[in-house]
Design a protein. Structure first.
Length: 137
């Protein structure tokens, strides 16, 4: 459960608030996601997220709860990546104790790339690698 989780019966914030933008930004930065990807996970426009983060727009009722859900989903995916890596090492231990995972650099794959990066830092058993650069001919 995220530190953001509160009373399940009361949306956070309970009404429009102008002072929540930095909290939203801090949680997005915790995940390492761009505004584009974080907004997409929240099912809102990137501009709306940006406006809330910088205080041009009020944070609507329940918005912090939605932020918490995205952060919780991120943390769960990190935990799952670590569990899978540890299972792969246990099944096929080559003596290195590390699993190398190729990550995509495409923007649409940002969630996966950032999850694997966090899992690598947290666990020490995952080595994210990018595919080799091949120049166009």
């Amino acid at each position: 459960m995220s530190a953001l989780q509160g009373d399940a019966d009361t949306p956070r914030p309970p009404d429009y608030r102008d002072d929540q933008g930095e909290l939203v930004r801090a949680h997005r930065l915790y995940t390492g996601l761009s505004q584009r990807t974080f907004a997409a996970r929240m099912r809102i426009q990137e501009r709306s997220l940006s406006d809330i983060e910088v205080g041009r727009r009020s944070c609507p009722p329940g918005f912090i709860d939605t932020v918490a859900k995205v952060v919780d989903e991120f943390d769960a995916d990190v935990d799952l990546a670590i569990e899978r890596a540890e299972s792969m090492i246990a099944a096929n231990d080559d003596g290195t104790g590390i699993v190398t995972v190729t990550v995509s650099l495409r923007s649409r794959d940002e969630w996966q790339r950032v999850v694997l990066g966090r899992a690598a830092i947290t666990s020490g058993v995952i080595l994210p690698a990018t595919p080799p650069f091949v120049p166009a001919e």
